[in-house]
Design a protein around this ligand. Structure first.
Ligand code: M6R
Length: 609
C-alpha cells in the first residue's frame, strides 16, 4: 500500500527519493509524488499512475540543489487516484509538506473545522488535514506542531513533515503503521519500509508505536508523546541489497519461487538443533506455559491464512491439540471464546496487515497468549504479540506471496513440533524423524526446480480457459486454495477452490467438457478418496490436472496432465505440492501478458481494513 521515503543530508536528494519510491513500488500504488526544498521554498511534483509518470513529470526538473525532501507512493483510500490527491500535501502557505500512510478516521470533522478557520483544501484526502493541523499548531517548533497534530487525529497512520524554515529537519509520528529511520554519514532517511533506503544505509532506528521523532543529519531523536526522549539503539540490517533486485530473473515472483529452498533452509536453521528438541527462541513462551495451552487459534489473511490452514492439520496430527482457524477480518468482529490457556497465532508476512493486527490485539485484550509468525523484524505484529517466530525468507517484492508462504508453513510446522514435544504427543524419536525429513526438503525442492518444465507446457495448453476449479482434501485443501488464489490474483482468471468431497454439493455444476480442474492428489491417507473425486470430474468430461507424488504411475489413468512433486510424508507435503501451483499460475499469467509482480488493484501490504 502507501509508501514513505524522506531525506535530509548533504547529497542532492531528488534522485535518492525517486530511487526510494522505486523500491517501494512492490507495495502497490496508484499515484506518486515528491516534495523538495529548493532555494528556501518547497516544490511539489506529483503524478497519477506508475513511477514512469512521475519520472516524466520530473524530466528537466531535477532540483539538483535539494538536500531535504519527502516522497510517497499512494494507494487510494479517501479520494480517487489523481494528482491533486497524490502526496505530498501542503498547508495553505506552502511552507509545510507532509506525506502520510494509513487513515485519519476523524478527518471529516477536522477538515470542516479547519475550513471554518480559513484553511483552504486542495484535495479529497484525509491526509491533507495533517498539513493544515501542523500549520495551525506551528509557532517555530516543528516537533511541537507534530505532537499537537498527533493529539488531534485518530486512526492508524505514520507521517513525516518538513518545513521550509527548517532546511535539515524531518519530523513525524506513527500510530500502528511502521516508520523507520536510516542513519547514514551526515545524512538521514525516514521510510515506511527498509528497502526504500537499504542501498544507502543498513543502520536503522525503529520509531515505536505512538511515538514521535525528529531527525537531522547529525541526530535522530525518538520521543514519547510527552516529548520525553527515548533510548533507541541502531540496529544493523543484514538483508542483501540484491534481494531487492531481480538478479537475472525476468520477474521478482519467479526469482522468489526459485529462492524457496533457501527460504526453507534459513527458516529451519538452528531450530531443530538437538535430536527431538525444537528451539524457538524469540517465542518467549516457556515450555511450562506452552504445556498449559489447550487450544490454538490461528488468525490471518490471504496466503497467510492458507499457511495457517496447513497449521491446523499438523497441529492436530502432531501435537494433538484443539485448533481453530479464522480469517482475521471475521475474527475481529466476532466474540471468539478465548482464555489465558488459548494460544492465538497471528500469521502475517508483512506484520502490518490491519485486520490481522486488530485480531491479535483483540485476542490479547481477551487474555489469550499471542504469537506472531512474520517475516519482518520489528514489524507491528512483533509488538502486538507476546512472542514471535520469524520466517527467514528474506525480502519478498512480488505482490503474490510465494517464498514467504513456504516459510510460514515451515514455521507453523516447527510450532506444531514444539507443542508435540512439550505435550509428549510425539516422542523424541518421532520428532527427530520429522525434523530430519524437513531438513531434506530444501534439497528436494532445489532439484525439482532445476528440472521443472511440466508446468510451462501445461500452462500453454490451458491459459486461454476462462475458469479453473481447484480441488484438494486434507493438507491438500489449503494447497489448492493457495493455488487458486495465486492464479486469480496474477492472471485475473476466475477460480473456485473447494474441498474435493464438497464438490458434488455445488461446484460440480460448473464443470463442462474440457473445464480444467486442478486436483492436489499427493500420496496420503485420503488419496483414494481424492481419486474418487477425480472420477466424478472425469465423468463430466472435464480435464484433470493432477499434482501427484513422484512414482505414482497409477494416476496417469485418471489425469490429462500431471505435475509430479518429490515424495514426502503427508504432513510435510504442502512444502512441495504448492510449488507447481505457484509455477502454473506464474506461467499462465505470463502467457496472458499480465504484470505478475504488480497485479492490478492489489497491494503487497494491506494496512487498511
Ligand atoms: O502480509 P500478510 O501476510 O498479512 O498479507 C496477507 C495477505 O494480504 C496476502 O497474503 C495476500 O493474500 C497476497 N496477495 C497473497 O499473494
Amino acid at each position: 500500500m502507501c509508501g514513505i521515503i524522506a531525506y535530509a543530508g548533504s547529497r542532492s536528494c531528488t534522485g535518492l527519493l525517486y530511487q526510494g519510491l522505486r523500491k517501494l513500488e512492490y507495495r502497490g500504488y496508484d499515484s506518486a509524488g515528491l516534495s523538495v526544498l529548493v532555494d528556501g521554498s518547497i516544490e511539489v511534483v506529483r503524478a497519477v499512475g506508475n513511477m514512469d509518470s512521475l519520472e516524466r513529470e520530473l524530466k528537466g526538473n531535477g532540483h539538483a540543489d535539494a538536500r531535504l525532501g519527502l516522497g510517497h507512493t499512494r494507494w487510494a483510500t479517501h479520494g480517487r487516484p489523481s494528482s491533486e490527491n497524490a502526496h505530498p500535501h501542503s498547508d495553505c502557505s506552502g511552507k509545510i509538506s507532509i506525506v502520510l500512510n494509513g487513515i485519519i478516521e476523524n478527518y471529516a470533522g477536522l477538515k470542516e473545522k479547519l475550513a471554518r478557520e480559513g484553511h483552504r483544501f486542495t484535495s479529497e484526502t484525509d491526509a491533507e488535514v495533517v498539513a493544515h493541523l501542523i500549520e495551525k499548531h506551528y509557532d517555530g517548533d516543528l516537533l511541537e506542531a507534530v505532537r499537537r497534530t498527533y493529539a488531534d487525529i485518530a486512526g492508524h497512520f505514520a507521517f513525516c513533515a518538513i518545513h521550509s524554515g527548517h532546511p535539515q529537519m524531518i519530523a513525524g509520528a506513527r500510530k500502528e503503521c511502521p516508520l523507520l529511520v536510516g542513519v547514514g554519514e551526515e545524512e538521514v532517511f525516514v521510510a515506511s519500509a527498509i528497502p526504500a533506503f537499504l542501498s544507502e544505509t543498513r543502520d536503522v532506528i525503529v520509531v515505536g508505536d505512538e511515538e514521535l521523532f525528529v531527525a537531522t543529519p547529525g541526530e535522530v531523536q525518538v520521543l514519547d508523546l510527552g516529548k520525553k526522549r527515548l533510548d533507541r539503539e541502531i540496529t544493523r540490517v543484514n538483508w542483501d541489497v540484491g534481494a531487492a533486485e531481480k538478479s537475472g530473473y525476468e520477474t521478482f515472483m519467479r526469482k522468489e519461487i526459485y529462492e524457496q529452498p533457501d527460504a526453507l533452509i534459513d527458516t529451519i536453521a538452528g531450530r531443530m538443533a538437538a535430536p527431538g528438541q525444537v528451539v524457538l527462541e524469540e517465542m518467549l513462551v516457556s515450555d511450562e506455559a506452552l504445556a498449559g495451552i489447550d487450544k490454538v487459534y490461528i488468525v490471518a489473511c490471504g496466503t497467510s491464512f492458507h499457511a495457517g490452514m496447513v497449521g491446523r492439520y499438523v497441529l492436530e496430527d502432531w501435537a494433538r491439540i484443539a485448533v481453530e482457524l479464522d480469517i482475521a477480518s471475521e475474527f475481529r468482529y466476532r466474540e471468539p471464546v478465548l482464555s489465558p490457556s488459548t494460544l492465538v497465532v497471528g500469521i502475517s508476512q508483512s506484520g502490518e496487515t490491519a485486520d490481522t493486527l486488530a485480531a491479535m490485539r483483540q485476542a490479547r485484550r481477551m487474555g489469550a497468549r499471542v504469537l506472531a509468525i512474520t517475516n519482518i523484524m520489528g514489524s507491528q505484529a512483533t509488538r502486538d504479540a507476546d512472542g514471535v517466530i520469524y520466517t527467514r525468507a528474506g525480502l519478498e517484492i512480488g505482490v503474490a506471496a510465494t517464498k514467504t508462504h513456504l516459510a510460514q508453513i515451515a514455521a507453523i510446522q516447527l510450532l506444531a513440533l514444539k507443542l508435540a514435544q512439550v505435550r509428549n504427543s510425539l516422542g523424541p524419536d518421532a520428532i527427530g524423524a520429522i525434523a530430519a525429513e524437513m531438513k531434506t526438503i530444501p534439497g528436494l525442492l532445489a532439484d525439482y526446480l532445476k528440472n521443472e518444465s511440466a508446468t510451462h507446457e501445461i500452462a500453454k495448453r490451458y491459459y486461454r480457459q476462462p475458469f479453473f476449479l481447484y480441488l484438494g482434501r486434507g493438507v491438500g485443501l489449503p494447497v489448492c486454495l493457495e493455488g487458486a488464489l495465486k492464479l486469480k490474483e496474477i492472471s485475473y482468471i476466475p477460480t473456485e477452490a473447494y474441498a474435493a468431497g464438497e464438490m458434488k454439493h455445488g461446484p460440480i455444476a460448473l464443470l463442462d467438457k474440457g473445464s480444467p480442474v486442478v486436483v492436489v492428489a499427493t500420496d496420503g491417507h485420503v488419496y483414494e478418496k481424492v481419486v474418487s473425486n477425480i472420477e466424478e470430474v472425469r465423468a463430466r468430461e472435464a480435464a484433470v490436472i493432477a499434482v501427484a507424488t513422484e512414482g505414482n504411475e497409477g494416476i496417469k489413468a485418471y489425469s490429462d496432465d500431471i505435475m509430479y512433486v518429490p515424495r514426502t510424508s503427508e504432513m510435510l507435503s504442502p512444502l512441495v505440492s504448492v510449488v507447481p501451483l505457484q509455477l502454473l499460475a506464474y506461467h499462465i499469467a505470463q502467457l496472458k501478458g499480465c504484470n505478475v509482480d504488480q497485479p492490478r488493484n492489489l497491494a503487497k501490504t494491506v494496512t487498511v481494513e
